[in-house]
Design a protein around this ligand. Structure first.
Ligand SMILES: *[C@@H]1O[C@H](CO)[C@@H](O)[C@H](O)[C@H]1NC(C)=O
Ligand SMILES: *[C@@H]1O[C@H](CO)[C@@H](O)[C@H](O)[C@H]1NC(C)=O
Ligand SMILES: *[C@@H]1O[C@H](CO)[C@@H](O)[C@H](O)[C@H]1NC(C)=O
Ligand SMILES: *[C@@H]1O[C@H](CO)[C@@H](O)[C@H](O)[C@H]1NC(C)=O
Ligand SMILES: *[C@@H]1O[C@H](CO)[C@@H](O)[C@H](O)[C@H]1NC(C)=O
Ligand SMILES: *[C@@H]1O[C@H](CO)[C@@H](O)[C@H](O)[C@H]1NC(C)=O
Ligand SMILES: *[C@@H]1O[C@H](CO)[C@@H](O)[C@H](O)[C@H]1NC(C)=O
Length: 413
């Protein structure tokens, strides 16, 4: 009889790189202090022009449904400064698979917040950015040092930093690399990078468990967002040609549609669109697709491939987004997969290696090379993630009218 913990340690000892050892998962304070003394945050800069923005900042709050967030005074005031996305969906429950989805274009059946590790043959947004040397980084509040891979910090007491809210650290293709972990930094380094004008062009920002509403509520998170964003949006260096997305990982009530309050802010939002709403259907996967379309990057060939693009970007590329009838859209469950506890299945989903995808630049070479000749597991060209085999997210209709007047329609079936 093995507990999950000892089993992981056992596998870790057998196959280095396959599973983290106990020390990496649950280090001692002394080990953390020693690592902190030598950890070197890495802050590359780049200046690749984008079609709609030159920098993108993704900030995630926690566990709040759209209507509850809309009642919050701070969030409502923030929305007046930007574009409120009224039809933006998280992709499942609980937290971690949503963060995973935002970086990898899939969640591999994850239905838990465990110490999940995704094999090195799965690509992420970091691989997409690297194709054009677009500097990227993460800022995780209360991460004890750049590249920390432990389950949480501090080791006990109230939650501050938690690994489940850190998208890229879940992927072996990031953590096995000599440099990439150093681009996963904390808020101390954020303010240093801001001051020295070395923020990356893509950053993912995770406030701690108090500030993001996880251990508090949306009132607290709204106050935090206002405190954090107000000075930044007035800072010319930060805001120039910058698009900021403030959103939530998921809703807190699993039986309601997974629609989350989301606002686009920053200097890249045209003046005439401030204080407006956009009711295009989006998911967390739309953000990967929009980054690809904005900077001319390929797709991961997963759910980002068919996802709608942020309107600001679609208008630049001419891509026609799908209008999705959300009557049956809950997006509150996950299909079976290797990271599922309740519906375990050993097969890592195969991405598509063909097609242009909504962003228009085809599939990343590394993905084509790894998966050539294999059939994709899901219909990744759909704007809505679904699984015919297990009946997930079925019966969702969508249609669009192309420029030439031709109408197309589909249904997840
Ligand atoms: C990717 O890695 C996983 C885990 O090692 C393995 O099961 C899978 O077969 C690999 N996929 C491909 C296409 O090599
Ligand atoms: C943030 O990371 C830096 C660099 O790794 C580290 O020196 C610093 O102590 C960390 N700050 C906090 C508040 O943990
Ligand atoms: C979360 O961060 C804030 C500063 O932003 C800090 O005051 C607070 O103590 C942190 N939360 C916890 C539980 O330590
Ligand atoms: C959040 O908690 C605070 C303090 O406990 C309370 O005053 C506030 O009404 C709560 N907000 C919501 C939306 O429940
Ligand atoms: C969750 O939503 C369902 C369906 O609207 C509702 O019946 C239930 O009371 C909600 N649960 C909580 C804890 O708010
Ligand atoms: C998803 O929502 C539907 C409709 O409310 C509900 O029947 C189902 O139980 C929910 N799934 C989960 C995992 O809570
Ligand atoms: C996959 O999705 C696309 C785009 O919606 C649709 O046109 C196609 O019919 C779907 N393919 C299958 C096999 O369902």
């Amino acid at each position: 009889m093995f507990t999950k913990q000892t089993l992981l340690a056992f596998i870790g000892a057998l196959a280095l790189g396959a599973a983290k050892t106990i020390t990496e998962q649950n280090p001692t304070q002394a080990e953390i202090d020693a690592a902190r003394a030598t950890a070197l945050p890495y802050s590359p800069v780049s200046n690749v022009k984008g079609l709609a923005f030159d920098r993108f900042v993704d900030i995630w709050l926690e566990n709040t449904d759209y209507d509850t967030a809309a009642l919050d005074e701070n969030l409502a005031n923030i929305a007046k400064e930007g574009i409120l996305l009224t039809n933006y969906f998280a992709v499942t429950h609980p937290s971690e698979p949503n963060y995973c989805a935002a970086a990898g274009g899939d969640n591999f059946g994850m239905d838990n917040d465990n110490f999940n590790q995704i094999p090195a043959n799965v690509s992420t947004i970091a691989d997409l950015f690297d194709t054009k040397h677009i500097a990227w980084g993460e800022y995780q509040e209360d991460l004890p040092y750049a590249g920390y891979q432990g389950f949480r910090y501090p080791l006990s007491g109230p939650n501050q930093y938690v690994r489940k809210h850190n998208p890229l650290v879940l992927f072996d293709s990031v953590t096995n690399d000599a440099v990439r972990p150093r681009q996963i930094k904390n808020f101390t380094t954020f303010y240093e990078d801001l001051e020295h004008h070395r923020l990356p062009q893509h950053m993912f920002i995770t406030p701690n468990m108090t500030n993001d509403a996880h251990d508090t509520n949306v009132t607290f998170a709204g106050e935090w967002a206002n405190r954090f964003l107000s000075p930044l949006l007035k800072n010319d260096y930060f805001t120039k040609d910058n698009l900021v997305l403030l959103t939530f990982d998921e809703v807190g009530n699993y039986s309601v549609p997974n629609r989350v309050y989301s606002v686009l802010l920053g200097g890249a939002v045209p003046e005439h669109l401030r204080g407006t709403t956009d009711d295009t259907f989006y998911t967390h996967y739309s953000i990967i697709a929009s980054l690809s379309a904005n900077w001319g990057l390929p797709s991961l060939g997963r759910w980002d491939c068919g996802a709608n693009l942020l309107k600001l970007v679609a208008e630049k590329t001419g891509y026609v987004n799908w209008e999705v009838d959300t009557t049956n859209a809950y997006l509150n469950e996950t299909y079976p997969g290797p990271l599922s506890v309740n519906d375990y299945s050993p097969k890592w989903a195969i991405p598509t290696v063909k097609g242009k995808c909504s962003a228009g630049h085809g599939i990343a070479d590394v993905v084509k090379k790894t998966y050539h000749g294999l059939e994709p597991t899901f219909n990744y060209t759909s704007p809505v993630p679904y699984d015919s085999a297990t009946g997930l997210n079925l019966g969702i209709k969508y249609h669009r009218t192309l420029k030439q007047g031709k109408t197309e329609s589909g249904i997840t079936a």
